[in-house]
Ligand binder design. Structure first.
Ligand SMILES: Cc1cc2nc3c(=O)[nH]c(=O)nc-3n(C[C@H](O)[C@H](O)[C@H](O)COP(=O)(O)OP(=O)(O)OC[C@H]3O[C@@H](n4cnc5c(N)ncnc54)[C@H](O)[C@@H]3O)c2cc1C
Length: 243
């Protein structure tokens, strides 16, 4: 591999989309059936915390869902070594995820993006309340790491729900971030978010809500917030379509 490609990545096209090849650096099991995959970051690849990329597999994928999937970035843009994402690996999973899990380290995949507007607000005036359902933690962990590293004044409260403690990804990292960043705190629980839980954690009329998870979870939480009288203008959301 020559230096030029290491610095810039190799540009390719997939269905008219510009993409760049990145090597798989690492794959870590970070919770039950939950993995983080790390890809070597070319120097010229930039993104905003919370954005997503599309991963394109350069092999024949036989799951009827194509060679490309979108994944939010769990890494902080200030990480110069790698970008990462986090995904669930159901027992019966797709051929696409099978490749992601089986490829040897150093294998190249193509990356298109970054894309998306699910990013931290420009003004740090209001508390941001992040509501994560399961693997919906992915863009939030990137945002929280970035806010901590840049010593942002943004106040953030994370409400993180999943089926069980074993499925909570990035728990140790969240505890560390909570210690390092006086503007960040989190609360996790193993049942659905309900109005009582929201009111216990914030004044819903004074905050910005960010919601991320499966389409079903996002729809449910949005409807609940709207019923509580929260304006839709203050609810940002990212749907993990495909689950
Ligand atoms: C903007 C955006 C950001 C996203 N970010 C993320 C992210 O950060 N992390 C993430 O995990 N996902 C993310 N997603 C969703 C992601 O793109 C995938 O759609 C999702 O991970 C499901 O992956 P999969 O299709 O490979 O199926 P799997 O996860 O392997 O499976 C999903 C379901 O389909 C079933 N299934 C799988 N294969 C088969 C089969 N052959 N036959 C029958 N049933 C099968 C499984 O049992 C399971 O119930 C994002 C989506 C969008 C649009």
């Amino acid at each position: 591999m020559d230096l030029k490609n290491g610095l810039k990545g190799i540009k390719t096209k997939f269905r008219g989309l510009n993409s760049i090849r990145m090597k798989i650096l690492d794959r870590l099991e970070i919770a039950e059936d939950t993995y983080e995959i790390r890809l070597k970051k070319p120097l010229n690849f930039t993104y905003k915390a919370g954005q997503y990329v599309s991963i394109i597999i350069n092999d024949k994928v036989n799951d009827g869902r194509g060679k490309m999937r979108s994944f939010s970035l769990s890494s902080s843009p200030s990480n110069s070594k790698f970008i990462s994402t986090c995904f669930r690996l159901p027992k019966k999973h797709s051929d696409f995820k099978n490749y992601l899990m089986k490829y040897p380290m150093g294998t190249e995949v193509s990356i298109s993006g970054p894309r998306g507007k699910f990013i931290l607000p420009e003004s740090t005036e209001k508390l941001v309340v992040m509501i994560a359902g399961g693997v919906g933690i992915t863009p939030f962990i990137g945002m929280i790491k970035f806010a901590t590293e840049t010593k942002s004044k943004q106040k953030i409260k994370l409400l993180y729900t999943d089926k069980s403690e074993k499925r909570i990804a990035y728990f140790d990292e969240l505890v560390k971030l909570d210690r390092l960043n006086k503007n960040f705190s989190f609360n996790s629980r193993y049942k659905r978010v309900d109005p009582k839980f929201i009111i216990k954690n914030c004044d819903p009329s004074k905050v910005l809500f960010y919601v991320c998870g499966t389409p079903k979870m996002v729809t449910g939480v949005r409807e609940m917030l709207l019923e509580m009288g929260v304006s839709k203008k203050v609810i940002s959301f990212e749907n993990f379509t495909g689950y």
